[in-house]
Design a protein around this ligand. Sequence first.
Ligand SMILES: Nc1ncnc2c1ncn2[C@@H]1O[C@H](COP(=O)(O)OP(=O)(O)OP(=O)(O)O)[C@@H](O)[C@H]1O
Ligand SMILES: [Mg+2]
Length: 344
Amino acid sequence: MASGRLGWPTDEAPTGDPAGPVSMTPLTTEAVDGDERLTAHLDDSPSVSVDDPELARLRELLRIAGDDLRSRDDEPVRVISLANQKGGVGKTSTAVNLAMALRLLGHRVLVVDMDPQGNATTAFDIDHDPGTPSVYDVLVNGKPLRDVVQETQWSGLAVVPATVDLAGAEVELVSELGREARLRNALQQYLHECEQSGPRYDFVFVDCPPSLGLLTVNALTAVTEVLVPLQCEYYALEGLGQLLSSVNLVKEHLNPQLRVSGVLLTMFDGRTKLAPQVVADAREHLPELVLDTLVPRSVRVSEAPSHGQTVLTYDPRSSGAQAYLAVAREFREKGLSTGVPQSQ
Ligand SMILES: Nc1ncnc2c1ncn2[C@@H]1O[C@H](COP(=O)(O)OP(=O)(O)OP(=O)(O)O)[C@@H](O)[C@H]1O
Ligand SMILES: [Mg+2]
């Protein structure tokens, strides 16, 4: 396995993994086989020490029923949007894999799919046929979020699905008052209900489409943090200025609590000369924001969604899975939570 300059393996054997992908076994007491394989994979990992208390917790989590999840106790929920108007930079991969990694680390997580492509929905093997109760009904018909939330096969990890219906929402909402705050209002109400009667979430991720239209504005209005995935390629930083101006506009007019809490470099390929250069540039220009952990280009990350899985469950030993676990650990230590923004 080649090793990138910055420490992450840059590739994995494309075929012939002796253990093969882990089956779609939920984390329940019955799931002993799947759990043991997952644990064994993690034991093999050079990036996780066997003495790591996180790993011990993870092992335990994998053996017990999901009800024993560790929560962030009294800390407020963190609500984060994955945004970048550039397409294909890793927004959805980061939303679903970071969510699953945090789930494995014991947190309760909700993923809100705000992209009509519905990629985050399908990554969790959740139906996204037109007409499925989805975020569209919340934005356009005022349906409570609770009525459309779906538990994934992994307890403690839930999704608000998106369907292609969402593509029409921008037009349907154009003359509606308060159209930018539809998601925020729904999320505020739902998270308040969750505080009262459960389930209580630790993290909410909102996956944005590749545009700066009304859906992204709704997402940015509903969160207090933005995590920006940047693909390690030429032009990576181009367009970032436009995104940051949009974030500032939303901050100024709709959501003063909004801030960029991190930039995650994705699809790093240390075999190229360009990728380390992009990393250096990003760190030079955004020294406070760029996360230390890089997500390497990993075949398994791109394969996992076609099996209705995250890379963590599809092949936990892969460099992509290990990277997202490391991102989860780093990300949860960074940034202060301020919950859902208050209405203006
Ligand atoms: N670390 C990675 N290694 C290899 N492939 C990756 C990695 N991350 C993402 N991909 C692949 O790159 C493509 C784009 O990723 P993803 O869908 O996450 O980006 P996106 O920003 O959400 O795209 P869009 O703007 O269309 O919503 C997908 O095919 C995905 O499987
Ligand atoms: Mg996407």
